[in-house]
Ligand binder design. Structure first.
Ligand SMILES: [Zn+2]
Length: 198
């Protein structure tokens, strides 16, 4: 019979993506056995994340400053905006080092099944950014899933009224593929060969 503390920690860890109750319990035991080397290190890292990381109010990235380093970087192309579902996708694309513009994180994807509506995402904020002008191209870099593509269509419709070039990542992305699982070469290729929407 595990203590209440261990149960609480196990249940918190088991809610992490990719971890079920069984792996969470193993992780907890592993940490307890390595109290000084690993548990303390993990605590410090978690505390640092809690204290220093903020959400960029412009693009939705997570960074130590608001606006984030990408939004604040004057060398980045202000006229090009890449829309992604999650921060992990932004990081994946930025690792590929091919896109020199700025980003917009939606905070998820439209989903009838999960009850995610347009107002649950930062679509309104995206429209505002485009409406302010100064943006020539919007790259819709949604995942190649049904929900990702539904989201891309919806945004394309909402942006139709604005004088921007709408593009999307090239085919060749595996269907059902999530961006942050792709290797950088594949991602760079999809971005380089991006095509107009519609
Ligand atoms: Zn930002």
């Amino acid at each position: 019979m595990a203590s209440q503390e261990i149960e609480t920690l196990t249940s918190a860890l088991s809610r992490l993506p990719g971890l079920g109750p069984r792996s969470a319990r193993r992780a907890v035991l592993w940490l307890i056995k390595r109290r000084e080397s690993s548990l303390v290190q993990l605590l410090d890292a978690l505390a640092a994340v809690r204290e220093t990381l903020v959400e960029c109010q412009t693009c939705g990235n997570v960074d130590t400053s608001d606006p984030c380093a990408i939004c604040a970087d004057p060398r980045r192309d202000q006229r090009s905006l890449c829309v992604v579902e999650d921060v992990a996708d932004l990081w994946a694309l930025d690792r590929a080092r091919l896109f020199t513009g700025r980003y917009h994180v939606l905070g998820g994807r439209l989903s009838a099944l999960d009850g995610v509506r347009p107002e649950d995402l930062t679509i309104g904020r995206l429209i505002d950014r485009v409406a302010q002008g100064g943006i020539d191209e919007v790259v819709l870099a949604m995942n190649a899933t049904l929900e990702g593509q539904t989201t891309a269509h919806y945004i394309a419709e909402r942006l139709e009224a604005y004088p921007v070039r709408l593009t999307q990542l090239a085919h060749g992305l595996p269907v059902g593929g999530e961006l942050d699982y792709l290797d950088e070469g594949t991602l760079a290729q999809a971005l380089r060969a991006r095509r107009p929407v519609g």
